[in-house]
Design a protein around this ligand. Structure first.
Ligand code: AMP
Ligand code: MG
Length: 478
């Protein structure tokens, strides 16, 4: 039967019964060389199933049991090879969850319990997850609500000196070292497949994986957000459904895609707790690709990244490289009053298809108060199936000056004015200059409607060229 523990839900069976182990593997579809952890409720019971228990184990148990620490020892003959996946060692843990404790005591003291999921899927952190995977395959699920930690226990090999972490969990290297001094970390715990076989047999399998292709995007947080926005934009452009694993701190930077908050960077325990549930939710929504932010490799961050990395099949992308390809992220058209050519250019450009996301705006150099657009400009836009809506002019300000903002003025005078007024000004060009046209843009002010029509044609041609030029920056991408 499945039962809650503080780490994830377990699939419990009699750890001393070979046949029970066989049934456990069958229900999970788990390879039988992947050993089960034996759960106990009293420290004294450890001595019945393990031999050569080092003194440090008692110290660690005193500090971390009951809790999310599993220790590996030489096994006693009592423990069948079925339970240990054929190994001469046995992994033992004492869970702190009270339901788990009562269950272990009621069942005679030794309960083998792998995570109660189908092998390879994200581990279950709620009874519903167990039901999704194992309904009809097991006798019973004890529903204890959401688990407390959400990631599986730390597995520590006590058969070597110093002990070695085979799987990171909520009990971190730092916490262990404070109690027993130096602790090693198995080199297969993180990083790409390097040909080495992990010492915890379970760690060699693709694991925790959602159906969608998951990619971890790595960089500083600003780069990660920008890169994920680009990747999702690309995916959507290719007709795919993309998901984002975001945090409370970054949520508001995203708009496209299926966005899920995994937790808060302020307290990474919240991320550990929700990670598997979020991966499962994406499965329910039929997304094709998932992009995840990454987390610092300290404290529980190690365990989070270990699970994410496995779920992603080690697929990681450097955010900086994606961000570097984005020369500009915002385009601002600058005219005198922001009531005619600027808003027209912005509206036309917004209709184009780009390889990346651009924020497109217009501003005026002389705007004392918001004015509605020129009625002739609106009339020409309407005759071309567009509208400037209820747009009112906005003055140019220093918020339009930045490395990633391309400022395009309608004529030379405005360009010089921007340079004169803003010392920091960099990417300022006249529109025709930027797209390589000799002729400056027509100014229809005070002219009859047909000249506004010509001006529209003129802008329209320039926007085609501008689109080509902008798209050339990201050429060669997927
Ligand atoms: P799970 O049951 O899904 O929490 O996975 C248990 C993890 O502990 C797997 O990665 C196992 O390979 C690992 N493990 C269990 N027993 C041993 C053992 N005797 N030696 C090394 N790793 C073990
Ligand atoms: Mg598991």
């Amino acid at each position: 039967m499945a039962f809650p523990t503080e780490t994830v839900y377990g699939l419990g069976a009699n750890a001393l019964d070979e046949e029970a182990a066989r049934k456990t593997y069958a229900a999970k579809g788990r390879p039988s060389d992947n050993p089960l952890i034996v759960h106990i409720a009293e420290y004294e019971d450890l001595k019945q199933i393990a031999v050569d228990i080092p003194a440090s184990a008692k110290v660690l148990a005193g500090r971390f049991w009951p809790g999310p620490l599993t220790m590996v020892f030489k096994k006693d003959a009592k423990v069948p090879y079925g339970t240990t996946g054929g190994l001469d060692t046995v992994a033992v843990r004492m869970p702190s969850d009270l339901v788990a404790r009562e269950l272990i005591l009621a069942s005679g003291g030794f309960v083998s319990a792998p995570s109660a999921n189908t092998s390879g899927r994200p581990s279950p952190t709620r009874a519903e997850h167990v039901e999704e995977d194992l309904s009809g395959k097991i006798d019973m699920i004890l529903d204890g609500g959401s688990v407390e930690i959400g990631l599986e226990s730390t597995v520590l090999d006590m058969t070597v000196d110093p002990p070695v972490i085979l799987r990171p969990g909520a009990v971190t290297v730092g916490m262990l070292e404070k109690v027993i001094g130096m602790v090693g970390i198995d080199e297969t715990v993180l990083g790409a497949e390097n040909g080495k076989v992990p010492k915890a047999p379970g760690m060699k399998y693709r694991h925790y994986a959602p159906n969608a292709k998951l990619t971890i995007v790595e960089g500083n947080i600003r780069e990660e957000v920008l890169a994920i926005r680009q990747l999702v934009y690309d995916a959507v452009n290719h007709g795919k459904k993309a998901g984002i694993i975001a945090t409370g701190e970054t949520l508001h930077y995203y708009s496209n895609g299926v966005i899920k908050v995994v937790g808060s960077r302020e307290d990474e325990r919240t991320i550990a707790k929700n990670l598997f549930a979020v991966l499962r939710e994406f499965d329910g929504e039929g997304v094709d690709e998932i992009y995840s932010e990454s987390f610092a490799m300290r404290g529980i961050g190690n365990a989070i990244m270990n699970r994410l990395d496995k779920a992603a099949g080690h697929l990681r992308l450097p955010a900086a490289e994606i961000v570097r390809r984005q020369k500009y992220r915002r385009i601002v058209f600058v005219s005198q009053s922001d009531t005619c050519r600027g808003p027209m250019a912005a509206a036309i450009l917004r209709q184009k298809r780009f390889r990346q996301e651009y924020v497109i705006d217009s501003r005026g150099m002389v705007v004392l108060f918001p004015e509605p657009v020129n009625p002739k400009a609106e009339a020409v836009m309407r005759s071309n199936g567009m509208t400037l809506g209820g747009y009112t002019s906005i003055p140019f300000s220093e918020t339009e000056i930045a490395d990633d903002i391309l400022v395009l003025t309608m004529d030379e005078a405005q360009k010089h004015k921007v340079f004169a007024e803003y010392e920091e000004a960099v990417s300022i060009y006249t529109l025709n200059e930027f797209v390589g046209e000799d002729e400056p843009l027509l100014n229809p002010y005070g002219m009859p409607l047909n000249i506004y029509g010509l001006c529209y044609e003129n802008i329209s041609m320039l926007m085609d060229k501008l689109t080509k030029k902008l798209n050339s920056y990201t050429e060669g991408e997927g």
